[in-house]
Design a protein around this ligand. Sequence first.
Ligand code: SF4
Ligand code: SF4
Length: 393
Amino acid sequence: MIFAAVDPDDLASCVSCGLCLPHCPTYRITGNDSQSPRGRIELVAAVRGGEIPLDDGVRHSLNSCVQCMGCLPACPSSVRYDRIIAPVIDELASTSARKVMVKRFLFRALTAIAALAQRLHLMPRRFPIPPVAVRMRRLRVPAASKNNRGEVILFRGCVMDMWYRQVHQATVDVLSRLGYNVRLSDPGMCCGALHAHAGIAEPASKLTANVRKCHSGSILIVNSAGCGAHLLRHAEGLGEVVDVMEFVSRHLDESPLDLGSRSDDVVVVHDACHLRNIQGSHLATHRVLDLFYEVRSIPDDGLCCGAGGAYAIDHAASAKHIVDRKNEAIQSVLDAQVRYISSGNPGCSGQLQAHRPQTWNALTIVHPIELVARALGSEDRHQSHHQGDADRS
Ligand code: SF4
Ligand code: SF4
């Protein structure tokens, strides 16, 4: 049976009310019910029941789901769309195009090629990856102290570690200032989130199991919303998986830090779907940034930006339509005081960066923890005692 792994009770729980439709980015850009949560659930049920074949049209409707999970909190019947779409994507997945995600050395090679292409101006402007460093900076980690408040592990991951290392440095700096001993996960330890999103199930579960094996019982700090959401879903055996802004929000009050005066700079906060719809912890970013900056929300109920794992590459045209809507919503809150757009997910940051209008030249897209580090005067401030060469990659 096709889609046998989908629980029929999950399918039957949808009452076709359509209240999820306005929260679905693919429905918003197409107006087509087959590209809505309701329509996709009906298609899966019909294919599973043998009423319709799994033809190209059905495949397209299902594969075009960004997996943003905007439909989850919007559904009054608590339909578990996440449990429906995950096995469907696994079954539809073709692994051939995505093997580059499976091997770290391929990813490293891709990163080196990307860095070179960017320097030679050969990289298409709309390709959703940030400017990549040719030589990555070593992460500087203060030596552990007995007087500190405990130990946390910074989960380095793959994309974050190679493309957003400055976010890791800011994370280490802020957590150290809050009084925590920070240890780093091994370089190259990938959680499998991108694989799972692409339906490459077996490598995804092996990678996740490896994280569990190495860090069982630890407090794992994650600064990529996508990785955090994936690890939280598979957190059994891990001590605690917590987004860095959630952790800072919980512990900033107890810290003896002088927070200094509030900046006049304005930050527009983009809520990553994986923080908002899956982890439910997006408000922590607003709370923490509000201590240091004027914060503005984007008035679109957290609609997805179209990044979605490799979606922005695999479904470039849809992703462009989706991000154009996001940019319109961002534009509506911009004025001369806005200096930053913050995003807690590398995919979203890359997507916003790749599709930013030229009129946004004065704006910087940053991770919120970088803004906290900047406000605390921690950015690029490296203590005299280090664990040594933390970059063992
Ligand atoms: S998924 Fe939920 S909100 Fe959407 S149509 Fe079904 S019951 Fe209604
Ligand atoms: S996960 Fe996102 S794109 Fe997919 S059906 Fe739900 S709201 Fe639409």
